[in-house]
Design a protein around this ligand. Structure first.
Ligand code: 2P0
Length: 336
């Protein structure tokens, strides 16, 4: 029996992926850019055993068995690895796998659980069959969940939209060591499973929102160019401005969708106001917020401003019973 265990972190987009040109191959409407977190806080861990003692492929997610054959994305990732394994160590027909995967954070609560989950699964599967090219692993992860292709790399990563399986790939913009002062504070506003899945939400936006087309054609590439320049120049002021504008535009698309989708709640909006208040007070961008398909705030900042931000958030959101918003201080890391 051969056993492999891998870990993969979540990533937090600063330029958002929302909408597909090809549902089957998961080719996005536009490029996106994200920061990959370290694995101390939000990550997936997957162990895979491979043996001729198993009579079928089976999988457990957070200790509950999931039927692989009911999930076409899982089937697709496994079948693609089986084909690729033909040119490495092979996958004999009498051998099967057992997959055990866990997230150390809430699943489907808008905290990029599918990104970490599929990145981890595909990385572990590839390692099992000695497929080592990160480009191949990243493309496989994309077939599981689009944003997963970004979690294969550390630091800041750009997913080039492309037009087919070979051209839709993620690339590292900078490693975590090239801008080591960057921090992400993940403020868990609500850890319940979201009402509208990202996959369904973005389909509905593509069908009904005029703004999503305008964004893909006129805004995203400009945002990508501007933020890449800011990253290269370690210009946090500009990085923060583009990040906030891109998050706001993504949520405007959600509102422009019919029926509208609402991921941010009143607490999310209080955090938006707090960050703008702090930035105005200081006269420059101390921090920026970004929100994914859920109400939880991800705040990017530089390490020297972490204490003031945590203090401000705690003061604002401490409840009378003494409980407060959960905050994880996270840095970048490349290892999977
Ligand atoms: C992102 N999100 O760029 C954006 C921002 C959510 C909001 O990537 O259908 O779970 O599996 O490709 O990857 C969520 O999309 O969707 C996402 P599928 P996925 O992080």
């Amino acid at each position: 029996m051969k056993i492999i265990t891998a870990q993969a972190p979540v990533n937090i987009a600063v330029i958002k992926y929302w909408g597909k040109k090809d549902e089957n191959l998961i080719i996005p409407l536009n490029d996106s850019i994200s920061g990959t977190l370290s694995m101390e806080h939000l990550c997936a861990t997957t162990s895979i055993a491979f043996s001729n003692e198993f009579d079928s492929n089976r999988m457990w997610l957070n200790n509950v068995e999931v039927k692989i054959e009911d999930n076409k994305r899982l089937v697709r990732c496994i079948e693609n690895v089986r084909k690729l394994a033909e040119s490495t160590i092979g996958w004999p027909s009498d051998h099967h796998i057992r997959i055990c995967s866990k997230n150390n954070f809430p699943t489907a609560a808008g905290l990029a659980s599918s990104a970490a989950g599929y990145a981890c699964l595909c990385y572990a599967l590839c390692k099992l069959f000695e497929i080592n090219d990160p480009k191949i692993i990243s493309s496989l992860a994309r077939l599981g969940s689009g944003s997963a292709c970004r979690s294969i790399y550390g630091g800041i990563v750009r997913w080039i939209a492309g037009y087919d399986h070979q051209t839709s790939i993620a690339r590292q913009v900078i490693t975590e060591n090239e801008w080591p002062e960057i921090r992400i504070l993940v403020c868990v506003v609500n850890d319940h499973r979201k009402d509208t899945s990202s996959t369904f939400g973005m389909q509905l936006s593509c069908q009904t929102s005029p703004l999503i087309k305008y964004r893909a054609e006129h805004v995203v590439l400009e945002h990508c160019d501007q933020i890449t320049k800011a990253i290269m120049e370690r210009n946090f002021e500009k990085f923060a401005e583009i990040t906030m504008k891109d998050s706001n535009q993504f949520h405007a698309i959600c509102q422009d969708t019919y029926p509208p989708i609402r991921y941010m709640n009143d607490i999310s909006w209080s955090i938006v106001n707090l960050i703008h208040f702090i930035n105005n007070l200081f006269g420059y961008n101390v921090a920026c917020y970004t929100f994914d398909a859920g109400p939880n705030a991800c705040i990017y900042c530089l390490d020297n401003n972490v204490p003031i931000l945590i203090k401000s958030i705690r003061r604002m959101f401490q409840k009378s019973d003494g409980t407060e918003l959960a905050i994880n201080g996270i840095t970048y890391q490349t290892d999977q």
